[in-house]
Design a protein around this ligand. Structure first.
Ligand code: ATP
Ligand code: MG
Length: 559
């Protein structure tokens, strides 16, 4: 949670969303003692910001109403799935601060699903079809034209059972046969035109190994798994609303626990792509450094970028749950990140484009250590020690030789306060042979030390570091990975990769006060007056690397 304090965002009470309304009315009507939800990722990639929304909804609702959430891996597609993904998904959910009641896999239920398939065959509700993929698609018809029945539709129960068992035993090659439900080839709902239940796939599964060479389809799997786990509210994204009648049909036909499906709008973000398939392509083609490249919208990517789970949850709460697809502004997410980090992150001074300042009246060799607050939002909080010496670096852009009237930082014969310390005056500008400013010769006013004597104020305060104590760091500055605002509407003749931002990563340098390298907060820190940055795992020895999380300020304000 965001700590209370002057920077904590004001939480206004809000109206119930439609899912909360459904759950409250179900609980009031006594339909359930408590609710059970599930989060059902397919382990074929890393979780992204869209999944964070689903996680917040599924785990958040259970938390709010004293219920439970299962983590169920939807692992019915052996060729695309892997334990690497299973592990990363679990890590990401834990990082979000949620824990699941049970860890389950659709593959845990393969035996039960197979048994139900035989039962459907025995009841004349399923048949083996020998048609090719193309013939089956063609036979499905269109929205305005009914489908045509397969020539294999009226096989006897015995024949269907025999062939289905042979399919399971590995007698047939991939694609040779499928098991289909026998429903209605003229149904106005295309989903009911004899959907496929099982296909043959001679592939090793990350959990069941080579036990199976037939695998159940999504529609035949999902509702039954929900039912087995007695999920009360099965919450998924809008594109599944057309599947809901079939979800209900399987549950009714098999006469099992009546789970119900509810749909909400998926998260779309400006300048962002959230499709595991495309994110995988970026990784495989080396267009990013990996799934956790800080420019990626994956949870491990944004984590490495310095986004916090608290900020993500704040964002999900702000965007709410709706039944209409909408595009959310990535700036709202960045705003949430700033809100959270502003309240919690430690402050340090780092100069990125240094200009040397020499204090001509400073006693040579003298070092003065200042106790500076780590986070000004907590006035009684911890401090860090910052060394002040007679030779310092300031930011080049904090000095101007020909300064306009409103420039309140350092200029010839002008004064500025060096943050936490003294007011200095610039007496002399030293240039090299090219006319470039290389040094400012200044004097400091000892009477302006904070807490000593009378407080004298000047308009400008700038950050600085001692040249003697400065520690060199590398800074990775990140910008948007894509240049197009709506990455969901790419013209036919274009590829999403055409919109990659060639300047999404630029490298810079910094000179940091020494305490930065001792920071133990584990979250992004604020480089004062600049932005938020987090140490990167690529740091080794003297090569210390910081990733830019986000800038300090932005004109964006949420509505
Ligand atoms: P992708 O299209 O990126 O591959 P997916 O929907 O195939 O995503 P799953 O692993 O099947 O990924 O998703 C797990 C859960 O997360 C599902 O309930 C799905 O509806 C939800 N989800 C996926 N993407 C989003 C999104 N952009 N916004 C909200 N929920 C999402
Ligand atoms: Mg999916």
């Amino acid at each position: 949670m965001v700590e209370e304090g002057k920077n904590a965002p004001v939480q206004e009470p809000r109206k119930l969303n439609f899912l909360e309304e459904i759950i409250e009315s179900d609980l009031k009507a006594g339909k359930f003692d408590s609710i059970i939800t599930r989060f059902p990722p397919e382990p074929n990639g890393y979780l992204h910001l869209g999944h964070a929304k689903s996680i917040c909804i599924n785990f958040g609702l259970a938390q709010k109403y004293g219920g439970k959430t299962n983590l169920r891996f939807d692992d019915t597609n052996p060729t695309k799935e892997d334990t690497e993904y299973v592990d990363s998904i679990k890590e990401d959910i834990r990082w979000m601060g949620f824990s699941w009641e049970n860890e389950r896999y659709a593959s845990d239920y393969f035996d039960q699903l197979y048994e139900w398939a035989e039962q459907m065959i025995l009841n004349g509700q399923a048949y083996v079809d020998d048609q090719t993929q193309e013939e089956i698609s063609k036979g499905r018809g269109t929205i305005d034209r009914p489908g045509t029945e397969s020539p294999y539709r009226n096989r006897s129960v015995e024949e269907n059972l025999r062939i289905f068992r042979e399919m399971k035993a590995g007698k047939y090659a991939d694609g040779e046969k499928v098991l289909r439900a026998k429903i209605d080839m003229a149904s106005p709902n295309m989903m009911f035109r004899d959907p496929i239940l099982y296909r043959i796939k001679h592939a090793s599964h990350h959990r069941t190994g080579d036990k199976w060479c037939i695998y159940p389809m999504y529609d035949y799997t999902h509702g039954q798994c929900d039912s087995i786990e007695k999920i009360t509210h099965s919450i998924c994204t809008l594109e599944f609303d057309v599947h809901r009648p079939l979800y209900d049909w399987f549950i009714q036909t098999l006469g099992i626990y009546p789970s119900h499906q509810y749909e909400f709008a998926r998260l779309n973000l400006t300048y962002t792509l959230m499709s595991k398939r495309k994110l995988l392509e970026l990784v495989q083609k080396g267009l990013v450094s990996g799934w956790d490249d800080p420019r990626m919208p994956t949870l491990c990517g944004v984590r490495r970028r310095g986004y916090t789970a608290e900020a993500l949850k704040m964002f999900c709460e702000k965007i709410g749950v709706s039944k209409r697809d909408q595009m959310m502004d990535i700036q709202l997410l960045e705003w949430c990140v700033r809100q959270d980090l502003n309240a919690r992150s430690n402050r340090y001074m780092v100069v990125q484009k240094p200009l040397k300042v020499t204090l001509t009246n400073w006693e040579p060799g003298k070092v003065e250590w200042f106790d500076c607050p780590l986070n000004p939002a907590e006035p009684e909080g911890a401090t860090r020690k910052v060394p002040f010496t007679g030779e310092l670096y300031i930011e080049r852009e904090d000095f101007m030789e020909e300064a306009p009237k409103k420039f309140f930082r350092l200029k010839p014969d002008g004064e500025v306060r060096l943050k936490y310390t003294y007011i200095i005056r610039c007496n002399e500008v030293v240039k090299d042979e090219n006319g470039e400013v290389v040094e400012l010769r200044c004097t400091y006013d000892p009477s302006t030390r904070p807490g000593c004597g009378e407080w004298r104020s000047v308009k400008g305060t700038i950050h600085w570091v001692s040249t003697e104590y400065a520690r060199a760091i590398t800074i990775r500055n990140y910008d948007r990975l894509f240049l197009k605002e709506d990455m969901n509407s790419i013209p036919e003749d274009k590829d999403y990769k055409d919109y990659l931002n060639p300047e999404s990563l630029t490298q810079g340098k910094g000179l940091a006060e020494p305490a930065l390298l001792e920071d133990k907060s584990g979250i992004a820190v604020q480089f004062e007056r600049t932005g938020y940055y987090i140490i990167d795992k690529d740091s080794a020895g003297d090569n210390v690397i910081f990733n830019k999380t986000t800038s300090l300020k932005d004109s964006y304000r949420p509505e």
